[in-house]
Structure formats: C-alpha cells, structure tokens
Write a protein that binds this ligand. Structure first.
Ligand SMILES: C[S@@+](CC[C@H](N)C(=O)[O-])C[C@H]1O[C@@H](n2cnc3c(N)ncnc32)[C@H](O)[C@@H]1O
Length: 235
C-alpha cells in the first residue's frame, strides 16, 4: 500500500522537503504551481500535505488552509511547524474526514500519483468542494514515470526511452540520494486519460493543463516534462 509506504518514509521525507533549496519545489516547482491556484477564498484544503510546506506558502498568500495527510507522522510535522496556517487532519484522500461542500479550493500538490485509490480521491475532492470550486493539482508527468534517459553523455541529445507500456499502470519505487539525504519515492504510473476520466466522472471540467520542465536550459529535463499541472472546476 502506498499510504503505508509513505508513512514509513515520513522522517526521510520531512528532512528532504525541509532542506532549503534541496529539491525542485524550492528551485522552480513552487513558482510554477502557485500562480495556478485560485485567489484565497473561504477554505482551501491541502490534500496529501506532507510536512506542510505548500500549506505554509498558501497561508502566506492569504489562504485559510486545512491540511490532510494519510501519514500520522507527516500530519504531526505539518501541524506542529511554527508557520502552520491551520489545522491538519490525519485522513485518506479517498475518504476525506470533512463534510460535503466545505471548501472552495482543493490543492493536491504532488500527492495524487502517490495515493492508492486515485478515482476515489478525485471524487472526494469534488464532494468537499462547493459547486464552482476548483481543484489545483500537480503530479509527476506521465513521460517522467513511463521512461528514462538512456545511458550516455549528457550532451543535450541523450535519447529518452520508454521500455514498458505508457498505457499500463505500474508501481514505482525510486530511491534518490543527494547531499547526504536519501529518499525513496513510492508512486504509481498511470496514463493521462486515467486522471482526466477520473476528473470528468467526478464532475470536474479541466480549465488548464500545463507541462513543466526544468527552467535551466542546460538540464536534460528542460526538453521532457517532469510535472503536470491541472486546474479543474467542479460543475
Ligand atoms: C510527495 S509527498 C507530497 C507532500 C507535499 N504535498 C509536498 O509537496 O511537500 C506525498 C504525500 O502524499 C501522502 N499520501 C499518500 N497516500 C495518501 C493517501 N491515501 N491519503 C492522504 N495522503 C496520502 C503522503 O503521506 C505524502 O505526505
């Protein structure tokens, strides 16, 4: 189960996410994503909030935020941070511990590729939103999870290879180590139509879809998307 795997990895994630400048969030991903989030309204839910860095940034922008995470250790870290913008609940994205139509915005930043039950999580986001409310989500891009760069010189022409099927769901486990921090990412590759079908079935209309690569033109990830952002409105 992905949820249990993330809970077991919570100490490593908290260290990883809180190290300033360490990952793409600090370098460019936050700046690419936050302009997609609607202006502050009555209540914003941060689903899969982790240790809470997105919620803290939303709080600084004026959002009243409730965080939700499936890991008790993550939720505790988010709730006890001095910059926490609001309460944090332990709960599953697929069964949110909140009443119907309570929020005007749901943010799911880099969490939906990590949940066990994607369709239920998107249906739950719709349930807790008021009509006209919006879901702003970021996930790993399907190209990123389906393939990898071939071995060879990093000269800007390195081939990108998809060896398995783009269309089949596939469990992923990726261990990354950098600057003394090690993190194992557990997720699932799912084709793009699985996300869009889940959104449509839950009553969402997609307003924007953005593909995000590294802004550094020297990076091999400047020509293949790393992340996918979607803004969807609940009908
Ligand atoms: C990559 S982290 C992202 C954390 C945070 N949004 C950030 O970007 O800093 C994914 C988060 O999703 C949470 N998660 C995984 N499965 C979940 C589920 N079923 N329900 C709620 N949260 C879940 C994990 O515990 C983890 O905190």
């Amino acid at each position: 189960m992905l949820r249990e795997a993330w809970d077991a990895n919570a100490p490593a994630w908290i260290a990883w996410a809180r190290e300033p400048g360490h990952d793409s969030y600090w370098r460019f991903h936050r700046d690419a994503f936050l302009p997609l989030v609607p202006p502050p309204g009555h209540l914003t839910l941060d689903v899969g909030c982790g240790e809470g860095r997105v919620g803290r940034d939303l709080g600084r922008l004026g959002h009243r935020v409730i965080g939700v995470d499936g890991s008790a250790a993550m939720a505790e870290a988010a709730a006890t941070h001095p910059g926490a913008p609001g309460p944090v609940l332990i709960g599953d994205a697929a069964l949110l511990p909140l009443p119907d139509a309570v929020a005007d915005c749901v943010v799911a930043f880099m969490s939906l590729q990590d949940v066990d039950e994607l369709e239920s999580a998107i249906a739950e986001a719709a349930r807790v939103l008021v009509p006209g409310g919006r879901l702003a989500m970021a996930i790993t891009h399907q190209a990123n999870t389906a393939g990898h760069f071939a071995l060879g010189p990093d000269d800007g022409a390195r081939p990108f290879v998809i060896e398995g099927s783009w269309f089949e769901r596939k469990a992923l486990s990726d261990t990354c180590g950098r600057d003394g921090l090690v993190m194992t990412f557990h997720s699932e590759h799912r084709p793009l139509h699985d996300y869009v079908d889940a959104l449509a079935d839950a009553g969402f209309l997609v307003e924007r879809l953005r593909e995000v690569g590294e802004p550094d033109p020297e990076s091999k990830w400047s020509r293949i998307p790393l992340f996918l952002h979607i803004l969807a409105v609940r009908s």
